[in-house]
Design a protein around this ligand. Structure first.
Ligand code: AMP
Ligand code: MG
Length: 320
C-alpha cells in the first residue's frame, strides 16, 4: 500500500467525518446530493479498487487475529444500507464477515438491558461485524416514538432529555471499552434527502420485483422526517468521538455512497495496519524439517517440490 494512496484516502475520509465535540445540524451541514466532483463513470473503477483493497486487508486482519472491526450502518428507510453492504463487501471472504440486522426487539430482548442484543453480535478478533441498523436505533426510533421506551421496562425513569444524554454517555463508554480492548468501532450514516426517499419509495411501487421492499409503515414513518433529522443531529453531535467517529455519507447517489463507504472501511483497516504473523526461528526450523520430509516423499519422476517447480521465481522471492 503506497503511502500516497493511503494519504489520499485519509484526506477524502476526513471530509466525511463528524468532528468530535462539534454541534451538527444535518440539514445545514451536510448535503445528501454531494459527489465530491466525481462522475459516475469513474465511480465503478474506484469502487473496484476499494473492494480489492478491503479483501486484502481483511485477510491480514484475520491472520493477525488481534483486532476486530465493528461497522454500524444507519440510514432512514430506502437509504441504501442493503445495497451498500452487498457492493462494498462483495470481494471479502464471507468467513471473515458477519452481518446482523436489527429489527423491532423481541420479548426476550426487551427482557434485557438495551445493549444486550447488540453485544451478542460483536465481532471476534480477526473478524468484521456489520450492523445493519445498530444500537443507535435506541436513540433514534426510540426517541422519535417515546412509547417504545415505555415498552423497555426501565426502572422508574421519566424519559425526557435526561434519558438521551444518559444513553449517549453509556454508548460512548461502551464503544470506548470495545476500542481499548482491540475492537474498532466505525459508524456510518447514509444521509438521504426527503425527495430522493420519495423517489425510491415510488420505484418500489412501480417495479413489481421491488414491491416486496415496500412497506406502508415506511410511508407512515416518513411523516416523522423532521423528528428523525433532529434525533440524528443530536446523536451525531453527542456520539462522534475520537475513538469511534461518525461519518456522514451523501446517499442520494448510490454509487457515490458505496465509494465513500469502501473508503471509510479501507481507511479504518489501513489505520489498524494488520500484519501477517512473523515466523520465529524455532518455527522456521520446524517448517524446514517438514519440507524435507515432504520432499522425500516425492514419487519417481516427480519433482521434489512441484509448486516450486511451477513457480520458481515466486518461491525464490518469498524464501529470501
Ligand atoms: P427493516 O430494516 O426495514 O427491516 O425494518 C426494521 C424496523 O425495526 C425499522 O422500522 C426499525 O425502526 C425497527 N427497529 C429497529 N431497532 C429498533 C428498536 N431498538 N426499537 C424499536 N424498533 C426498532
Ligand atoms: Mg424497511
Amino acid at each position: 500500500m503506497s503511502d500516497e494512496r493511503a494519504e489520499r484516502i485519509a484526506d477524502f475520509v476526513e471530509s466525511l467525518r463528524v468532528e468530535p465535540g462539534s454541534k451538527v445540524r444535518l440539514g445545514r451541514d451536510f448535503d445528501p446530493r454531494d459527489k465530491a466532483g466525481l462522475k459516475k463513470r469513474d465511480g465503478a473503477e474506484l469502487l473496484r479498487a476499494g473492494v480489492d483493497m478491503l479483501a486484502e486487508y481483511q485477510e491480514r486482519l484475520a491472520a493477525q487475529d488481534t483486532y476486530g472491526v465493528l461497522v454500524c450502518l444507519q440510514a432512514l428507510d430506502a437509504g441504501g444500507k442493503d445495497g451498500t453492504i452487498r457492493h462494498v463487501m462483495s470481494g471479502v471472504n464471507p468467513q471473515g464477515v458477519r452481518v446482523s440486522s436489527f429489527k423491532v426487539p423481541s420479548a426476550e430482548e426487551l427482557d434485557h438491558d438495551y445493549l444486550w442484543r447488540y453485544a451478542q453480535r460483536l465481532p471476534e478478533r480477526g473478524g468484521i461485524a456489520i450492523f445493519n441498523r445498530s444500537h443507535y436505533e435506541e436513540v433514534l426510533v426510540v426517541r422519535v416514538h417515546p412509547e417504545l421506551l415505555l415498552r423497555q421496562k426501565l426502572p422508574d425513569r421519566a424519559g425526557g432529555s435526561g434519558e438521551w444524554k444518559r444513553r449517549y454517555r453509556e454508548i460512548n463508554n461502551w464503544e470506548r471499552y470495545l476500542t481499548d480492548n482491540g475492537f474498532k468501532v466505525v459508524k456510518i450514516f447514509l444521509n438521504l434527502s426527503k425527495e430522493e426517499q420519495r423517489t425510491r419509495f415510488l420505484k418500489r411501487l412501480d417495479v413489481p420485483e421491488k414491491n416486496w421492499k415496500f412497506s406502508t409503515a415506511d410511508v407512515q414513518e416518513r411523516r416523522h422526517w423532521d423528528d428523525y433529522q433532529y434525533a440524528f443531529s443530536k446523536m451525531l453531535s453527542a456520539t462522534s468521538t475520537k475513538w469511534a467517529p461518525w461519518y456522514v455519507v451523501p446517499a442520494d447517489r448510490k454509487w457515490f455512497a458505496r465509494i465513500c463507504t469502501a473508503a471509510i472501511l479501507a481507511h479504518t483497516l489501513i489505520d489498524i495496519d494488520p500484519r501477517y504473523p512473523e515466523v520465529d526461528d524455532e518455527t522456521r526450523k520446524g517448517l524446514r524439517s517438514a519440507r524435507r520430509k515432504l520432499e522425500r516423499e516425492a514419487p519417481p519422476r516427480r519433482p521434489a517440490d512441484p509448486y516450486a517447480a511451477r513457480h520458481p521465481s515466486a518461491v525464490r522471492k518469498k524464501r529470501r
